[in-house]
Design a protein around this ligand. Structure first.
Ligand code: ACO
Length: 359
């Protein structure tokens, strides 16, 4: 049987930080509300398009695997904030990397996009279509945010993560998964102004309004992710106690806590980085996994469970058998261009640009 081992991993977090205190300078909100309701303290705001973040994460993943761009046969880019629809974002990553032998796919399932990309990549390696794939979960929602809406503006941040998957005979990488969608309830998380249908309704593309029912999403996130976790454990005939680390999607610390309680997982078995980044949508679970490895929370052969949830309402859980290596084979000097602005200044620029476009 052929598997898709994760041999390289990398992240790219833009340097500009937007704190809760920064948000309270232009929204009626405060640090106490945001921290107590969500667990978030700060998030990152990107000064470059999403494919630039993805490119750096991929360079780091390739270096960690000791591979070059020409070894890559496929790039799957999971996101819902691509910098362009045509040409696609994966082709820009191919161009920036010089990965001339790679096919290029963009994939959107909202916050679960990085994890669905991992499924597609694993399946294509298992069937023998390709031997190596770069999987990306990356998001720059800051440019699509409605910065006048405190209900949503405090929740999101920008970031990117990438993995290199390579064919292996060892039972490693994704060994079981459960994917699904509560399509009947797709309207409880709906962003207007972010797609072509709105042009006929007199809306300007990019002039977004986030219509979402937070408490309903909260409930369904816990139900969807718990169900997906149960499904994968059953598929592999594993007990909850046999999981070494749960690395969940990070939309709200209280969602993570509710899920952990259902899983019977104590703090030491759950990886949390929401305080640093907020919800990075498609980048969230992949970047959490990269940090879990970097922080030594993933041991060789560890069994990892990654539940995720997003618009659609898509849900998923992946059971990963981590391979033998938890240290990168190499590093790279390639980095983002420097950013001279603070997170707050970047957000003020976005607000001003949108106002100017509407005038
Ligand atoms: N600062 C201060 N007050 C606020 C803020 C804010 N940033 N945002 C909302 N409030 C107010 C509301 O107006 C409301 O006031 P009211 O009682 O006077 O009407 C009050 O706080 C409570 O609002 P609730 O929506 O009941 O707050 P809740 O405890 O449910 O927390 C939250 C809201 C954080 C959105 C939560 O419901 C949640 O995490 N939901 C799921 C996650 C989610 O929806 N993420 C975005 C979707 S993407 C995804 O990853 C699935």
């Amino acid at each position: 049987m052929r598997y898709a081992d994760i041999t390289g991993w990398g992240k790219c977090t833009p340097p500009a930080i937007l704190t809760n205190a920064d948000l309270s300078t232009f929204l009626e909100t405060d640090d106490e509300w945001i921290q107590s309701r969500t667990g978030m303290q700060e998030r990152r705001i990107s000064h470059v398009p999403v494919s630039d973040l993805a490119h750096i994460a991929c360079e780091r993943a390739l270096a960690a695997a000791g591979k070059t761009a020409s070894d890559v046969e496929l790039i799957i880019f999971g996101s819902c904030s691509f910098d362009q629809m045509v040409p696609n974002a994966a082709s820009r990553v191919q161009q920036l990397l010089g990965a001339d032998n790679a096919a290029c796919i963009d994939l959107n399932t909202a916050c679960t996009s990085g994890m669905y990309a991992l499924s597609v990549a694993t399946a294509m390696i298992k069937t023998g279509s390709v031997k190596s794939t770069l999987v990306i979960g990356a998001e720059v929602t800051s440019v699509l945010m409605d910065w006048s809406d405190r209900d949503v503006a405090v929740l999101f941040g920008d970031g990117a993560a990438a993995f290199l998957l390579e064919a292996s005979d060892q039972k490693s990488g994704v060994v079981a998964e459960s994917l699904g969608c509560f399509g009947k309830h797709r309207d409880i998380l709906d962003v207007t102004g972010w797609g072509t249908k709105y042009i006929n309704q007199g809306l300007v593309l990019g002039d977004t309004k986030w219509n979402f029912n937070g408490p309903e999403i909260f409930k369904r996130a816990v139900i969807g992710m718990s169900k997906a976790c149960d499904n994968v454990l059953e598929k592999e005939n594993l007990a909850k106690e046999e999981i070494d680390l749960v690395v969940p999607h990070q939309a709200n610390l209280r969602i993570i806590d509710a899920l952990a309680k259902r899983m019977g997982a104590g703090e030491e078995k759950v990886f949390v980085n929401i305080q640093r980044y907020g919800n990075m949508s498609a980048a969230t679970a992949p970047l959490a996994l990269v940090e879990a490895v970097e922080e030594g929370r993933v041991t060789p052969g560890a069994k990892l469970l990654l539940p995720a949830f997003g618009g659609g309402l898509t849900w998923s859980a992946h059971l990963i058998n981590w391979g033998a290596r938890t240290t990168p084979l190499g590093t790279t000097d390639v980095d983002l261009p420097p950013c001279a602005k603070t997170g707050l200044e970047l957000v003020q620029d976005i607000i001003a640009a949108k106002k100017a476009a509407q005038a």
